[in-house]
Write a protein that binds this ligand. Structure first.
Ligand code: GCW
Length: 679
């Protein structure tokens, strides 16, 4: 369809004759071995995909003879002459796709250790076909490098979605458990197709009601839909639930009655959902209840919940997003101060879930300094796929590039060459639990994500959770081909724009290390003047600190907050000196005079103006490129994206004008000649 509902699983008819002939040949005799709900899901996807792409009705057999053109079977079910010994090792979720020559005939094999691996392999085969890749001599061996690849839904029980910009929650609690919306199945298909294997269906600002039997019944219905697709369900646990649900008068984690309450609760849940994943918890953060309300700490809270789910194989993801409203404290340092001392004290089925940066999902932040600083604790990455600070579902921004920038950042600890990706993938220690979460951008909008290009961010998140080193060009290319068309004219024109789009909001919103200048509360549009909030760290002036003397947040050791020292000494040294601080983070770490000279010899003030202008111009360029691609895209999606790009272009100028006019009150300098004003 042309409304975007099919996501990257469109399976458009393949018009290239040679490719279609090749695929039709491979589809002429198919064997899928095994029999399980997962195998059924696999077969149904294969039928749909081949039917739509090749206009055939494939026959799928499960009988084992050796003359098949396509064999999908676990390693133990492969025919004797299917030799995979030369292929790299795969893990339990991994898969192999390869061709083999048997008696002069080429056949295609998809194999894995498990049915879930086969499902992933089949989805991948269908993706290769959508991209019209030549399958002759194909050899793919792929295994996920991170175990828990999760979406976090900030969905409330009344179907509002916190920071959701794509309609209402897709979970229809009122009609569950009996009514199974087709969307749940399509959601599972989409996630399985990119390797996502878990979903936290409720908001971290949690409602205790989700833990009552009435709701657990509904959650069970979802878990039953997701199970064949390899997706586990998780819930957020409101720390004060024992009190709120009317059972106890305390939620003190060291109180035996409280511990017993959670044990019983866990038993109740696991009775219904034997493979329930576990709990995600936001505690003592932004007013949420937690162990500190009872004079206990994060370790006490997390370990109590961990003990309750442990007998069932469950886990606890304890969030590190904490910051206290203390006057004078630097918010960027608070999670590190509060959590690093607990390294090594969490139970073995606890992961600490850390946002990618130390403030809050800004267009650009340095990586969170907790990565690397807690070698004895499994740290789980939390990215935000929904664009709270990046223009909601109105602006086109390719987030996988932001994600990989963080994943590839060097932490210098525990080892010199360690990167954030190595820490979360567990390659720096014998870590059993590894994970990456993305705050979902999914809602009830017909195209799921509000902006069609928001789908690329969901897709790319999945690919990077599977492999943090997956190439960005490849993510962008695969998604463009499958979502629109593999026509090289189209792909080659828009691919560079898509990759560039990551930098655009940085330039037109918060260049050179500026951050948190969005309008208050909703975080949409400029608000560098925001100064009057119940907490200073919710204002913009707290972050940019512009005055006559200059602009920026001094986080250095001698004159600033000292937050640079949350990083490894190598990095602290770099960040302490404006001359060695990467320019894109300059004002994150330094308060500098307006006349401070940057590497290009121009003043900080001029450079600010030039960056804002660059952001505007690049969006304008992206808009023009999109217009030139009209012949390649169906009208409905073309127009939708065009309208969004027009808004983005207008708002990029709004950001530039608002910020530069505001800052000019302090700099009292003329705008640089490169800048168009007013615009
Ligand atoms: O990004 C901020 C959001 C809050 C959110 C919080 C968090 C769920 O503004 O809406 O609450 O972070 O991550 O807990």
């Amino acid at each position: 369809s042309e409304n975007g509902y099919d996501l990257w699983l469109r399976y458009s008819l393949i018009e290239n004759e040679a490719i279609r002939t090749q695929y039709t040949q491979f589809s002429s005799k198919i064997r899928v071995a095994g029999n399980s709900p997962t195998i059924n899901a696999l077969k149904s996807e294969l039928m749909t995909g081949l039917n739509k792409m090749l206009d055939i009705t494939p026959q799928i057999s499960s009988v084992s003879t050796e003359s098949y053109a396509l064999i999908i079977a676990t390693i133990s079910n492969l025919p004797d002459n299917a030799d995979i010994t030369g292929m790299p090792e795969i893990n339990d979720e991994g898969y192999i796709i390869m061709t083999q020559n048997v008696n002069g005939n080429e056949r295609l094999i998809v194999t894995a250790r498990t049915d879930i691996g086969l499902l992933y392999g089949t989805f991948n085969l269908l993706q290769l076909m959508q991209q019209q890749r030549d399958l002759q001599n194909i050899e793919v061996a792929s295994s996920p490098r991170i175990n828990l690849r999760l979406l976090n839904h900030w969905d409330n029980l009344d179907r509002t979605v916190e920071r959701g910009y794509a309609g209402a929650s897709i979970w229809n609690w009122q009609k569950l458990p009996e009514y199974i919306d087709q969307r749940y199945i399509d959601y599972a298909r989409a996630n399985a197709s990119i390797g996502i294997n878990g979903t936290v269906v409720t908001n971290v600002n949690a409602n205790a009601l989700i833990l009552t039997p009435q709701y657990v019944d509904k959650v069970k219905a979802l878990a039953d839909v997701f199970r064949p697709y390899g997706i586990k369900v998780y819930l957020t646990a409101r720390f004060s639930a024992p009190v709120e649900l009317g059972d106890l008068d305390t939620a003190d984690p060291l109180d035996p009655a409280v511990q017993e309450w959670w044990n019983v609760k866990a038993n109740e849940i696991y009775n219904q959902i034997p493979d329930f994943g576990g709990f995600l918890v936001k505690a003592n953060s932004e007013g949420q209840p937690g162990p500190q309300n009872y004079g206990r700490n994060h370790v006490d809270g997390a370990n109590m919940l961990a003990a309750a789910v442990k007998p069932h194989g469950g886990i606890v993801m304890w969030r590190a997003f904490v910051y206290s409203p203390d006057e004078g404290a630097d918010r960027a340092s608070q999670a590190s101060k509060e959590f690093v001392p607990y390294d090594g004290q969490f139970a073995e089925n606890v992961l600490v879930q850390v946002k990618n940066g130390p403030i809050d999902f800004q267009p650009r932040e340095p990586f969170h300094p907790m990565f690397g600083a807690m070698p004895k604790t499994p740290l789980m990455m939390e990215f935000q796929i929904t664009q709270e600070y990046l223009g909601f579902s109105t602006h086109l921004v390719f987030l996988p590039k932001l994600f990989q920038e963080v994943l590839h950042s060097r932490t210098y600890q525990p080892n010199r060459n360690t990167r954030v990706a190595d820490i979360i993938a567990g390659t720096e220690g014998n870590q059993a639990l590894t994970g990456m979460a993305g705050v979902a951008n999914i809602g009830s909008d017909i195209n799921w994500t509000g902006h069609i290009f928001g789908q690329a961010n969901w897709f790319g998140f999945g690919k990077l959770a599977w492999d943090p080193d997956y190439s960005l060009e490849q993510i962008a290319e695969e998604w463009l081909k499958m979502t629109f068309t593999p026509d090289p004219e189209f792909v080659n024109s828009f691919l560079p724009e898509l990759l560039e789009s990551r930098e655009m909001p940085v330039s037109y919103m918060t260049p050179l290390g500026l951050h948190h200048m969005m309008d208050a509360g909703h975080h949409y549009g400029p608000g560098p003047w925001i100064s009057n909030m119940s907490r200073p760290d919710w204002t913009s002036v707290y972050y940019h600190k512009a005055d006559k003397s200059g602009i920026g947040f001094d986080r250095t050791t001698t004159t600033g907050s000292g937050a640079v020292n949350d990083y490894a000494p190598e990095l602290a040294k770099l960040f302490n000196d404006p001359a060695t601080t990467p320019e894109e983070l300059l004002l994150w770490f330094h308060h500098l005079p307006w006349t401070y000279k940057l590497k290009n010899g121009r003043t900080l003030w001029d450079n600010l103006g030039m960056k804002y202008q660059e952001g505007v111009d690049e969006v304008g360029q992206m808009l023009e490129t999109w217009k030139s691609l009209r012949p390649y895209v169906d009208e409905e999606r073309y127009e939708e994206i065009l309208m969004h790009l027009n808004i983005q272009f207008k708002e990029a100028k709004w950001w530039k004008n608002a910020c530069m006019l505001y800052f000019q009150e302090f700099s009292e300098m003329p705008f640089p000649p490169e800048m168009t004003v007013p615009d």
